[in-house]
Design a protein around this ligand. Sequence first.
Ligand SMILES: CC(C)(COP(=O)(O)OP(=O)(O)OC[C@H]1O[C@@H](n2cnc3c(N)ncnc32)[C@H](O)[C@@H]1OP(=O)(O)O)[C@@H](O)C(=O)NCCC(=O)NCCS
Length: 171
Amino acid sequence: MARSAAPKVQDTELHLGLDLTPMIRSVRYEDASHIFQILERARKASAVPIGPNWSEKQIAEECRGVGYVFEQPKALGGGGELAAFLLFRDTGAAWEITFLATDPVRQGQGFMKALLERMRDDRPQERPIWLEVHAENVKARRLYEQQGFEIVGERPKYYADGGTALLYNLG
Ligand SMILES: CC(C)(COP(=O)(O)OP(=O)(O)OC[C@H]1O[C@@H](n2cnc3c(N)ncnc32)[C@H](O)[C@@H]1OP(=O)(O)O)[C@@H](O)C(=O)NCCC(=O)NCCS
């Protein structure tokens, strides 16, 4: 399916003080390798499957599209590395999340909540956000439900382990 034009995603710095600033910015093609590594680590750490098994090349193609990353400031010991990413597609009817993950060593620090809030703030008002998640992915489901997402459908036996995919919508 042809993708519609990428929505504008502006870079923003959340100023907590000079160069201690954690930064949410739009994804770049050059982020692909780091995003792939985060995804690999997140898969290993996760008890349930977390999306399709894309190659690094496929992830790189996705990075040509739209999404956000949370970059750790060097001054906070992050070495300018990415802590979390969120990739999505604009289908015209919705912003559809394809992949999101926080590096396992950075989880539980509010990174994904910040990225999702940013996405909510940036979207055109009429544009819903869609995603799908393994029914047993407790952490992700809690996050989505906290953000106001609602279950609108399910796909039984969707994942490799036989798990059900739940379809969530934020209107
Ligand atoms: C799900 C995931 C993205 C959350 O990212 P994160 O940066 O750790 O999340 P945050 O620190 O921003 O936490 C936001 C919310 O997520 C939920 N959450 C995070 N960690 C949790 C845990 N250990 N147990 C239960 N809920 C949890 C909570 O609702 C939390 O809000 P709260 O702190 O106010 O309770 C992360 O665990 C991850 O990358 N998992 C592997 C990849 C994945 O499952 N992707 C989703 C595929 S659809």
